[in-house]
Write a protein that binds this ligand. Structure first.
Ligand code: ARG
Length: 245
């Protein structure tokens, strides 16, 4: 009888424990940013998605990844309806006032996408041209620095995919986006006749981080796990899978 009671007790208490420790963490993203996060056959995939998986496994945390879009993602973190955002998000001073960030995990810069044969050969050539950016990104800021903040020629799109579509359709003459995303588009769409180029004179290097609500307790756990994933070679494996080197 004692053994039975013990077993029952042990059982129920351990279930309770799992129930509390397994509270799923809500992670949000804008899955229109290949190769970092994009939809493939109804699933969110990409470099960020694999890295997130490895980090959460290392940290022993259960999570759910939701594709809610770029602008809503910031609102969700600020309003604390989500615990974490993973979306190729650049760490910068402006955002640091409102959000917390993990340690950096990826270096990036901007690139200009144009149609083959375009007269735009450098960032300076964007002067007087209609330029597409994803709204609220560092790409938008980079273009504003060149063309001026209130410039009506800067066309802001909800996501990077629709910005590039508009370039194909002739609505904009250039799109400025993150270099890995620009390169991925060119590589995957050889028939689109789109070229991408850098302009180190105008575009600075920046770093991606996972984003949290200010004061989040999750940050430290994620940072520790991210460090391990970088040190133990898992990061390099994921990098190789998506970038080939
Ligand atoms: N790195 C840029 C930024 O933080 C663009 C990120 C856009 N990411 C996305 N999943 N759409 O502003």
């Amino acid at each position: 009888v004692f053994m039975l009671i013990f077993a029952l007790f042990g059982c129920s208490s351990s279930t309770e424990q799992t129930a509390t420790t397994e509270k799923k963490i809500t992670v949000v993203t804008d899955a229109a940013f290949a190769p970092f996060e994009y939809m493939d056959k109804g699933e969110i995939v990409g470099f960020d998605v694999d890295l997130l998986k490895a980090v959460m496994k290392e940290a022993g945390l259960a999570y759910e990844l939701k594709n809610i879009g770029w602008d809503p993602l910031f609102a969700a973190i600020q309003g604390k309806t989500a615990d974490m955002a993973v979306s190729g998000i650049t760490i910068n001073d402006d955002r640091k006032q409102t959000y917390d960030f993990s340690i950096p995990y990826f270096e990036s810069t901007h690139m200009i996408l144009v149609k083959e044969g375009s007269s735009i050969k450098s960032a300076k050539d964007l002067q007087g041209k209609v330029v597409g950016v994803q709204n609220g990104t560092t790409g938008q800021e980079a273009v504003e620095k060149i063309l001026g903040k209130e410039n009506k020629n800067i066309k802001k799109f909800e996501n990077t995919v629709v910005a590039i579509m508009d370039l194909l359709n002739g609505g904009v003459e250039a799109v400025v986006t993150d270099n890995a995303v620009a390169n991925e588009y060119v590589k995957n769409n050889p028939d689109a006749k789109i070229v991408a180029f850098e302009d180190p004179e105008h575009f600075e290097s920046e770093f991606y981080g996972f984003m949290f609500p200010k004061g989040s307790e999750l940050k430290q756990k994620v940072d520790e796990a991210l460090k391990k994933v970088i040190e133990n070679g898992t990061y390099a494996e994921i990098y190789k899978k998506w970038f080939g080197t």
